[in-house]
Design a protein around this ligand. Structure first.
Ligand code: G3H
Length: 478
């Protein structure tokens, strides 16, 4: 059928034999904008077989050649930034400028990965036996890093290009092959990104991109015996995957409830602008968004006033107009957010703005005087709604942060670096930002979550390491 984007297998663009498609609904118009192939399990099998074969040859390709191809892909991706950004605008309602930024950032990530990879993987270690008691200097152990095999990459809708590339580039530089299952919203942007790798001239079958319904191919992919590692970013699905997956390394990043702790001595203008950036950029649909403000009572009124003044200035509307607040990704997401708002209303939260929704577009909303019995104090809205919990001690703030099921990032605002360090040590999160909103980037920084926020660590260097295995060769002297 015409108008259905093809999937990518064996270095070719193909139609699925299922004859079926998956619709991608534009969050703004709520109408089907694109269609992608609904691939079958047989097609997954084919992709896995070719990925296995292609990987063997790729692992033997010199490291500098692998890097060269990645640099080429990065340059092509940047050349294609406009059409890819256009897909992001239509598929996930990402504001136009941010959509371009996502593509450029992805190109930079690929190049950085190529550079980091040639250095990191171009060296190993040598151990000698005589340091361990009872041994002579008769054994030399050569340690190097070898690829895992076939990496399955599953990125989320909020960064379909960047969080795909952050898995693809480390996998490839390390000598692995890669099977990508993009999110439905964002699949066309991802296919276009894969096309850039195709144009760069990677060997056939080394990268594949399979689209389809999670219900038909989701478990089949994640439980497939041909998969040697799963790198997943997303929501609760990750927990289910980790329970079902076989004995393969998992890299998981599953959301957060990032706390922003504000002390009495904080620069409140700085805090307010970071709350706006951290809480409302891409309408709060970031795992690293500020998701709860924990502010000392004595400065709470002033802070809330400053934040409200900035909320009033946020431009609300379609992503094409580069608005700050754009429609959330789907109707079910908007309904979920509304559920949290209704619960907070019933339990007596202070609404700093009127709650307003048109279709999937939800106006930015700050909820003050949120208490721990409200769902919004703990759950992740993934939307432009931000709760403020007033605290009377720093300990109360730390307690709230650590009581969360999530432990991705957190931030502290204070002018006292000693206090900040003590609080950072006490916060049980993968990263703590001092005097800035949480963020994953720069993309070579380690990125990890505790508890339900994930498994393993990302960031360029950690991802390359994670997608390799240690191999030792021991030379035994007579
Ligand atoms: O949504 C999860 C992303 O990893 C967050 O990335 O901090 O660059 O928005 P970001």
């Amino acid at each position: 059928e015409e108008g259905i984007y093809k999937y990518y297998s064996e270095g070719e663009w193909k139609k699925s034999s299922s004859g079926k498609s998956v619709a991608i609904v534009n969050p703004t118009t709520r109408k089907t904008h694109y269609k992608v192939q609904a691939c079958t399990q047989e097609e997954v099998n084919k992709v896995m077989d070719t990925a296995k074969i292609a990987q063997k040859a790729w692992a033997k390709t010199p490291l500098w050649k692998r890097a060269e191809l990645l640099h080429k892909a990065a340059a092509i991706l940047k050349e294609h930034k406009a059409p890819i950004a256009e897909c992001l605008v239509k598929e996930i309602a990402k504001p136009a400028k941010d959509a371009v930024t996502e593509v450029v950032r992805s190109g930079d990530l690929i190049s950085y990965c190529a550079e980091e990879g040639v250095r990191l993987l171009g060296q190993g270690t040598l151990l000698t036996s005589d340091s361990f008691p009872g041994n002579e200097r008769s054994k030399y152990c050569l340690v190097s890093k070898i690829p895992l095999g076939v990496i399955l990459a599953i990125p989320p809708f909020n960064y379909p290009v960047n969080l795909a590339v952050s898995k693809i580039a480390p996998a490839l530089i390390a000598g692995n092959s890669l099977v990508l299952k993009p999110p439905t919203q964002g699949a066309v942007a991802a296919l276009h990104m894969v096309h850039c790798f195709h144009l760069a001239g990677f060997p056939k079958g080394l990268i594949s991109c399979i689209t389809g319904k999670g219900s038909e191919i989701g478990d089949f992919l994640t439980m497939h015996p041909g998969v040697n590692c799963i790198s997943f970013t997303g929501g609760d699905t990750g927990v289910a995957i980790s329970k079902k997956a076989g004995m393969v390394p998992l890299q998981m990043e599953l959301g957060g409830k990032d706390a922003c702790i504000v002390l009495e001595d904080a620069d409140l203008d700085l805090v307010a602008s970071n709350i706006i950036k951290g809480g409302f950029s891409y309408s709060g649909q970031r795992c690293t968004a500020v998701k709860v403000v924990l502010v000392m009572e004595s400065v709470a009124d002033t802070l809330v006033e400053k934040v409200n003044a900035k909320v009033a200035k946020l431009k609300v509307g379609p992503p094409e107009d580069d608005c700050d607040i754009t429609p959330v990704v789907s109707e079910s997401s908007a309904n979920f957010i509304e559920g949290l708002v209704t619960d907070a209303k019933q339990k007596g939260a202070t609404f700093c703005q009127e709650y307003k929704r048109e279709g999937n577009l939800i106006w930015p909303l700050l909820l003050d005087n949120v208490r721990p019995d409200m769902r919004i104090a703990w759950e992740e809205p993934f939307g432009p709604v931000l709760p403020v919990v007033r605290i009377n001690s720093v300990e109360e703030g730390i307690h709230h942060c650590n009581a969360s099921n999530f432990g991705l990032q957190g931030c502290i605002f204070t002018r006292d670096i000693n206090k900040a360090m003590l609080i950072s040590d006490a916060m049980e999160t993968g990263t703590v930002q001092i005097n800035s909103a949480p963020a994953r980037g720069p993309d070579h920084f380690p990125f990890q979550g505790l508890r339900d926020s994930g498994i393993g660590s990302q960031g360029v260097t950690n991802s390359i390491n994670m997608m390799t295995k240690i191999k030792s060769t021991v030379i035994n002297l007579p």
